[in-house]
Write a protein that binds this ligand. Structure first.
Ligand code: NAP
Length: 316
């Protein structure tokens, strides 16, 4: 099977690229990975995506984007990409269940995954009090108690942000020293609404099955356990870009995020574009991901037009 363009990933970036490329008659193939719809399918209500004054459920938003792309001719297939060859043209992809696929251009929008603590009560309470995104879910904790787990810049930033809504914000970190930059630490330290539980390791998220009521932590010095009462647990221990399959083939930063030429979605491989969280460790919002998805589609279209013009002039 050979395609003009293959899009990997079905979060807001990949689906927006699919809408644009399908409307440009490029008939893109979109490969849906293990988490169709991406991180938004792990949230409940999305209130900050423009155009939905009453909010929209994350899975519904993603489903709508998929239907919109299908309406214009995008094809969706489930599969897991195990190998990519970007040294030869067309690119070759080995996809479990689908076999080998050839692509003139490739858009990588495989996203990033928020790291979890992997403690009891955590995963099963996502959407019931456990969140990995304060920007997305902070509003739901107006006047309530929340804890943030982590000691990096994200944890400091999210803690400060949450003080706008929550009545009490507590940072829980596994060491005495914070990893966050000094300026971010200072901002959090100077915020009176923020309390601290340092050198404590979270061991369990406590809930009644319907909603979270606390987090059990262990003191790393004494080994004593205590339960901190809270309505919300924000896990801010970092993200991991889903780029294992392109490591060593496309330029990435130390953390694995794909490097793009600023202001574009171009990678160091002509014809291979990256959009969404896979190339963005800073904004990580559905709307910014969708924006870069649109950019990737336009960059891709222009690249293919350039290649066609080159082929034509060489044939004269
Ligand atoms: P990070 O810098 O990797 O920090 C992760 C934090 O989570 C660390 O304090 C780490 O503890 C803790 N942690 C990791 N695994 C854990 C576990 N299993 N249990 C308990 N704690 C755990 O991640 P980040 O804060 O998301 O930042 C990522 C990048 O984005 C950084 O480069 C950061 O500077 C940048 N960023 C910048 C801004 C800004 O400038 N406005 C905002 C957000 C993020 P240890 O310290 O003990 O390892």
């Amino acid at each position: 099977m050979s395609y003009k363009t293959v899009i990997l990933g079905t979060g807001p970036a990949g689906l927006t690229a699919a809408v644009y490329l399908a409307r440009a008659n490029m008939e893109p193939l979109v490969i849906e990975g293990p988490e169709p719809g991406g991180q938004l399918t792990l949230t409940t209500e999305v209130e900050n995506y423009p155009g939905f004054p009453d909010g929209i459920m994350g899975p519904e938003l993603m489903d709508n984007m998929k239907k919109q792309a299908e309406r214009f001719g995008a094809t969706f297939k489930r599969g897991w990409v195990t190998e990519v060859d970007v040294n030869n043209r067309p690119f070759k992809l080995a996809v479990d269940e689908l076999g080998e696929i050839e692509a003139e251009t490739l858009i990588v929008s495989t996203g990033a995954t928020a790291k979890l603590l992997e403690i009891p009560g955590e995963r099963e309470n996502i959407g019931k009090g456990v969140s990995t995104c304060a920007t997305c879910d902070g509003f739901f904790f107006k006047g309530k108690k929340v804890v943030i787990i982590g000691g990096g810049d994200s944890a400091m930033e999210e803690a400060n942000f949450l003080t706008k809504f929550a009545s009490e914000v507590r940072i829980i970190h596994r060491r005495h020293e914070l990893r966050a930059s000094k300026i971010m630490q200072d901002r959090a330290r100077n915020n009176d609404t923020i309390n601290w539980s340092l050198n404590k390791t979270p061991v369990e998220v406590v809930s009644d099955g319907m909603k979270v009521s606390g987090v059990k932590v262990k003191d790393n010095e004494t080994g004593a356990e205590e339960t901190i009462e809270t309505d919300g647990v924000f896990v801010a221990i970092g993200h991991r870009p889903n780029t294992d399959f392109v490591q060593g083939k496309v330029d990435t930063d130390e953390a694995g995020y794909i490097l793009v030429t600023p202001g574009t979605t171009d990678t160091n491989i002509p014809g291979l574009f990256a959009c969404g969280d896979v190339q963005d460790s800073k904004y990580r919002q559905a709307v910014t991901a969708a924006g870069t998805g649109c950019m990737a589609a336009m960059d891709c279209e222009r690249y293919l037009e350039g290649q066609a013009a080159l082929d034509w002039s060489q044939s004269l």
